[in-house]
Design a protein around this ligand. Structure first.
Ligand SMILES: C[S@@+](CC[C@H](N)C(=O)[O-])C[C@H]1O[C@@H](n2cnc3c(N)ncnc32)[C@H](O)[C@@H]1O
Length: 496
């Protein structure tokens, strides 16, 4: 066992040494030394706020006080903050587990910030989305309007993606599990934006526990480069003329960055433009002009090569490409299709919707039909479960098999409706009634997962109640009113 662990450590060191050797001739001696010094430091911590759940203007000051955080804004990311000192570690607060912010390497906050989405209901494809960090960023940027397809080819990575999206409070989203290469043939000229955060060799030069580096052979690099080019071609087919593709990798290996851009530019010429986005950054991060005897197309230099020593992040690469002109789709094919009814998804009947609307109004003063109009969703039932499905899915992708769609609102149980934790965590402000506020002592017991016995139950509705705390009425979970207590329905993963 110990031998295995030692071997792993040696492999990690070898992988980093190997990658550094690959990088050495891309930098001046001075820069290479600065890079080595930076990599000896721990990675600078960063978070991105969830504007769907918190007010980004006020919350960060509040958290500085409460958690002893020293923060500063990340120049290129609207809701991104460096956390340079933290008395309470950033993964500890309940706010994190309630999806009010996401912990993310600041370099990974760059690609989504490069998009200029249309204001009105953009359609966005996140072609390689799992575990979903950048999908949450897209949803924040479009304030969950329009529709996002979060796709990932790896079935084993879909659970993580779904959990991240549910925790973020995502609504106008669908999760699919296809090879990204297919989208261009299925949906040419369809999306306003496509993010391709490509599968890559992960030569980001940060050897962390969660993202250990591994040694990469030349032939692996070539294979990855080929796959990245096919995926990027598919992304450019799938985007509308005038729309944008952002290409990103967490590697600094030129085969997977500049070469991919150069090849696609050679293939598509003036039909695409690699847009210079250096002005987004506090300092220029121009990509390579040539490498290994290959002189790149001039626009390749508009790519952003994020070196750790210049940006205090992991190594990263990103480029924005605009589609200027349409081009032919070879082998256009219909997308796969499946009738939802065949697998038990049924539109909620008018009378059931009326019942639910009246129930939510009476118990919580929540206006269901107004909410549906604002969120642009239809209600669909699967057995007792009630889901809000984005109308945009039916308008643009009706029948496309999805692993997850919209948001689970809750389930009908006899005469009652049990709202879902993720639904309430996002929309609890719209529930004016059916809530109680705990004192600080009860709050702690509640967060440990305990039921509460010593509260007056007089006048409280039967069924599910929203539990809040402090003066601001912050939501901390659902309780079920029984004859003598509030039963704690906080998901176990959230217990203190
Ligand atoms: C760099 S990761 C994506 C990280 C993600 N965008 C985020 O921000 O959390 C690349 C992803 O590509 C997926 N992938 C690999 N080959 C693919 C393909 N042919 N089509 C779509 N996704 C693919 C992998 O399963 C992996 O989850």
């Amino acid at each position: 066992m110990a031998k295995k662990k030692k071997q792993k450590v040696i492999n990690k060191v070898d992988a980093l040494a190997d990658a550094m050797q690959h990088m050495q001739n891309l930098l001046s001696e001075e820069d290479f030394e600065a890079l080595q010094q930076e990599l000896a430091q721990p990675l600078r911590q960063a978070i991105r706020l969830n504007p769907l759940k918190v007010n980004p203007h006020s919350v960060i000051g509040d958290w500085q006080q409460r958690f002893g955080w020293q923060t500063s804004p990340i120049a290129y990311c609207k809701h991104g903050y460096w956390i340079d000192e933290a008395q309470t570690p950033i993964s500890k607060p309940l706010q994190y587990h309630f999806g009010q912010y996401y912990i993310q390497d600041a370099a990974s906050m760059l690609p989504v910030e490069l998009f200029d989405f249309p204001v009105d209901q953009p359609l966005v494809l996140d072609m390689a989305a799992s575990p979903g960090g950048k999908t949450t960023h897209i949803l924040s940027k479009i304030m969950d309007k329009g529709f996002v397809i979060a796709n990932d080819a790896s079935k084993s990575r879909l659970t993580a993606l779904q959990l991240v999206l549910q925790n973020w409070g995502a609504l106008n989203v669908g999760v699919t599990a296809f090879n990204g290469e297919s989208f261009g043939q299925w949906y040419p000229n369809t999306f306003d934006g496509v993010l391709l955060d490509a599968p890559c060799s992960m030569q980001n030069l940060r050897n962390t526990e969660s993202h250990p580096m591994r040694a990469i052979t030349d032939s692996e690099r070539q294979n990855l480069s080929g796959r990245q080019q096919r995926l990027l071609h598919s992304a450019l087919l799938a985007v509308k003329v005038g729309g944008e593709v952002v290409y990103a990798t967490c590697t600094l290996s030129p085969e997977e960055d500049e070469i991919v851009l150069d090849q696609i530019k050679k293939l598509l010429g003036s039909k695409i433009e690699i847009v210079d986005m250096n002005s987004k950054l506090p300092q220029p991060a121009g990509a390579l002009a040539d490498w290994d005897g290959i002189k790149f197309d001039l626009q390749v230099q508009h790519g952003l090569r994020i070196w750790p020593h210049l940006f205090q992040t992991s190594g990263f690469f990103s480029a924005k490409i605009r589609k200027i002109d349409g081009f032919d789709v070879e082998n256009q094919m219909p997308a796969p299709s499946r009738d939802m009814r065949d697998i038990g998804w049924l539109p909620m009947t008018k009378s059931d919707q009326q019942w639910l609307g009246a129930y939510l109004q009476e118990n919580y003063d929540f206006d269901l039909s107004n909410w549906q109009d604002e969120q642009d969703v239809d209600l669909v039932q699967y057995k007792q479960k009630v889901f809000a499905f984005p109308k945009a899915y039916f308008d643009h992708f009706d029948g496309l098999p999805v692993q997850m769609l919209g948001m689970l609102m809750g389930q009908v149980q006899g005469e009652q409706f049990l709202p879902n934790h993720d639904f309430i965590t996002r929309f609890y402000n719209l529930f004016a009634e059916g809530r109680i506020t705990l004192n600080p002592q009860n709050e702690q017991a509640w967060l440990r997962g305990e039921d509460l016995h010593d509260l007056s139950l007089d006048g409280k509705p039967n069924g599910i109640i929203l539990i809040t705390c402090n003066q601001a009425g912050e939501y901390i979970g659902l309780g079920k009113v029984t004859s003598n207590r509030y039963r704690n329905l906080l998901p176990r993963r959230l217990f203190l």
